[in-house]
Ligand binder design. Sequence first.
Ligand code: NAD
Length: 487
Amino acid sequence: MSERATRHDLEGMHFIAGRWRRDGERLPVDDPGTGEPIGEVHLADGSIVDAAVRAADACHRARSLTGPRPRARLELMFRIAAEIRDLAERGAEILCRESGKPLSSARAEFDEAARYFEYYGGVADKIEGRSIPLGDGYVDWTVREPFGVSAHIVPWNFPVSIAARSLAAALATGNCVVMKSPELAPLGMTMLAEACQRAGAPEGSVNLVCGLGHVAGAALVEHPLTSHIVFTGSVPTGRAILRAAADRVVPSVMELGGKSAAIVYDDADLDVVVASVKSGIFFNAGQVCSAMARVLVHESIAGELAERTRELAEGLSAGHGMDDPDLTPLISGTQRDRVEAMCEAGLRDGARAITGGARIDRPGYFWQPTVFTGVRPEMRVAKDEIFGPVVSLMPFRDTEEALAIANGTEYGLVAGVFTRDLDRAMHAAGRLEAGQVFVNEWFAGGIETPFGGMRRSGYGREKGLEALDNYVQTKNIAVRLGSGRLG
Ligand code: NAD
């Protein structure tokens, strides 16, 4: 580890009520590119989570965020953005090493995190209600109030940017936050808490607990003072959290998994398609909720695209994230076993791996970029989320068939259409059952564009102005005039 990272950065501490705490047992944090430990994380138990939630609740009740003029919140958010940028180089190296991702991607995460604070900081003084005419004798208006204690449970694949997107939206709307970091990549996220501390966030407005999902995460969502939940992660964990939320009727945003499909028509620019396949499924070793897991290709160009995809996969450089290669490792040995089991199921079901389908023989948890052809919609590789660098190519004859396959899984996170024919693109975009549709560029959009799932991919939206609706509750105030005498 370079000199930029300090011991303190590698210790995974909790941040509660404005102070760093070392409580709880410790778990090693491994570098997936080597399999070697690089640091440790403290594991919160119920009492530590309780302290964090109480700190957030006290801050909310003291109106530390909502009492001062909204401009103060705007200024705080811009200061946090500046501090994130200041910490970015140190943080990016830690994030790269703990998550395995390319260094450039880790840097981009910190940049995106800062952007969330600038973007939502800009609206922190514009959270407005409206007045509702009720005729003479009444005045009526609405106020958009925060929920209070907003609990954010964060996954390991983009921990810094995912934590920042919900933290920034929550603070902009005046909520106090307790974040739980992912146990596999908890260290980079501590930089967000550090940035908030350095920027002078009120004590208790931003809290971080590190720990295991079924212990710290469960204690956080079950806590009686938690009044709002934002969860990003898998469908089974989302279901467990929703059960806990249902008991206390706590509103929740669910950003869950996906099995997203691109439809590639015969007139598509294949250079554009191949570039999108590269970022869509091989970036971050395919550990992206909105990965391009399925490519539905018109039968007339299926062979050509399969060949181009095979060439792409075989030309990718694999290596440690610090060397910024095309292909980086999976997050853990467990995740690699999972990807391996899914690929074996694909082969058993009759799919053909035209390249890949095996471990890469080097330290760390690498998996070869894998391209399956001959995939049918009922196969597991076509239905279940793999979360690895594995793409399934599936031919189609006409639009109806393509849409049926694309919409034929339980998920509905994102989808894509590749064609030069705008009418065709609009027709398909209107019928794809997904929260976001990319036309001619996978991942088109940005922090400004609403993101979230349909069906099992979840509900509620993050990113964009739309997200703010999830962080406020409307209060209506109706006044009957006339109890004072006129003239
Ligand atoms: P996961 O569900 O295993 O864990 C996510 C988080 O939930 C972790 O912080 C974990 O500690 C916590 N957790 C686990 N059990 C819990 C419980 N009982 N109560 C409370 N918290 C608990 O998911 P993961 O493996 O970290 O991430 C991969 C999954 O996340 C994939 O399915 C992926 O598609 C999804 N994901 C979705 C998005 C999105 O925005 N839609 C983004 C990234 C990842």
